[in-house]
Design a protein around this ligand. Structure first.
Ligand SMILES: [Zn+2]
Length: 425
């Protein structure tokens, strides 16, 4: 395994080299301008990155075909093998799979994943149009998708370009997947891809996927995502005149539950506030809607207590939380049948792998890929922050579900966290 680890080290090394921060100041304006002009006219990693950013793959109408064509043309120049896979009948959501065959293809391969799509942008709130990839004099590139996650999509290719120019040939096969729809759950993208025969034949042993930037000096790495649940609780009760006091009205029962859920939320948040856990290491429960009342032409009927009331919550579970215990809490305390309550939990993704284990990648030496990853960081003089759980979700969860180790890693240090924000740079 030593040699193949070496190949990953090198690849990571180059990923890191390519991720040097863009915030640099130069003293001579003219020189700067000339440099910028030269750079814009030549074909280099920055121009290729900007070309990719100019393709609008934001929802709700991502231009997947242009993005795939562009990446495919770059892959062809690098001599990579390519396939375009479709998992929808309309073939409107292509998945680009590139391969760099290793000298020993019988070994488990390395998969470098990124998603083609991005969240929408509100142009009026940006300093530059979000799909212009405008570059400021201090080197910042403004574009939706710059951090999340076209930077890694391009870095993978640039790393391969550099390795190839040094006549490096990996022992393990390296695959690159460019998947659609991550930002809307990945159901027609990574979910179907990882369940496919095509994926099985790749024999993936390790995955790198997206992570997040760090305003500080250290590289961040993510070993798990949180699992999102949509929780809806509903209360039913006797309707009655607004003047009456009686037990078990729908609103009373719902409000009791809201109080209990609020106390649970506080208990989790207190752990974070006390510095005992990161935000992503606790169960978050946030109310997102309340629905009750009898509409009237001017608002709501005020002298009537409604017979139904409902509330919705965004719940996020770290892999260390037991989903069965939370379900029990919901059915016994938050929405108990004895108070005429019902509930619905929609799990927006897996919370356990195929063997029933929590969805997380080990960050100790029992995972053979972990020391390799660490070594690569050290080799470029980088420092690694304490491994983290991502507060939200990525496509890596579908890979972890198969028991395959996966790390989220977007090598950006000294960079503000701007994913999904205005003026993403
Ligand atoms: Zn992303």
């Amino acid at each position: 395994m030593a040699n193949s680890h070496h190949s990953l080290s090198l690849l990571l090394l180059f990923l890191l080299f390519l991720s040097t921060p863009t915030h640099q100041h130069q003293s001579v304006a003219a020189e700067q301008q000339q440099q910028q002009q030269d750079e814009e006219e030549s074909d280099n990693p920055i121009t290729r990155f900007r070309n990719y950013l100019r393709i609008n793959t934001a929802h709700p109408n991502p231009d997947y075909s242009s993005a795939v064509s562009y990446l495919l043309s770059e892959a062809n120049l690098l001599g990579l093998h390519s396939q375009i896979l479709h998992f929808t009948p309309s073939k409107s959501k292509p998945l680009l799979l590139l391969s760099w065959p290793g000298s020993d293809p019988s070994l488990p391969s390395i998969l470098l994943n990124s998603h083609l799509d991005s969240v929408p942008a509100e142009p009026s709130k940006w300093a530059h149009p979000p799909f212009s990839a405008a570059k400021s004099p201090d080197g910042r590139i403004f574009a939706r998708g710059a951090q999340d996650d076209k930077c890694i999509g391009i870095q993978y290719l640039e790393a391969i370009r550099n390795l190839k120019s040094k006549n490096f040939w990996p022992i393990r096969t390296v695959h690159l997947s460019y998947v659609p729809d991550e930002e809307i759950g990945g159901f027609d993208g990574a979910a179907k891809f990882t369940a496919s025969e095509e994926f099985r034949t790749l024999n993936v042993g390790f995955l790198l996927d997206e992570g997040q930037a760090n305003p500080g000096e250290e590289f961040r790495v993510f070993y798990a995502d949180r699992c999102p649940w949509n929780l809806v609780i509903r209360a039913q009760g006797m309707p009655g005149h607004g003047s009456r006091m009686y037990d078990n009205s729908a609103m009373e029962n719902l409000m009791k539950s809201v109080e209990m859920i609020t106390r649970f939320r506080d208990s989790q948040f207190d752990i974070v506030k006390a510095g005992k856990a990161a935000n992503s290491e606790v169960v978050s429960v946030n109310p997102v809607y309340l629905k009750a009342g009898i509409p009237s032409p001017t608002g709501f009927v005020m002298n009537m207590q409604p017979s139904e009331a409902e509330a919705g919550f965004d719940v996020r579970l770290p892999p260390t939380a037991d989903p069965d215990i939370l379900r029990k809490k919901i059915s016994e305390e938050w929405a108990p049948a004895v108070r005429n309550m019902t509930y619905e939990v929609i799990e927006k993704g897996p919370s356990r792998d195929y063997l029933g284990r929590p969805l997380m990648t080990l960050t100790n030496d029992s995972n053979p890929w972990w020391p390799v990853f660490n070594k690569a960081i050290a080799a470029v003089g980088g420092k690694l922050a304490k491994p983290e759980i991502l507060p939200s979700t990525t496509d890596a969860r579908y890979i972890r579900q198969l028991g395959i180790p996966a790390l989220g890693f977007s090598p950006m240090t000294n960079t503000p966290i701007l994913l999904h924000d205005h003026n993403e740079v």
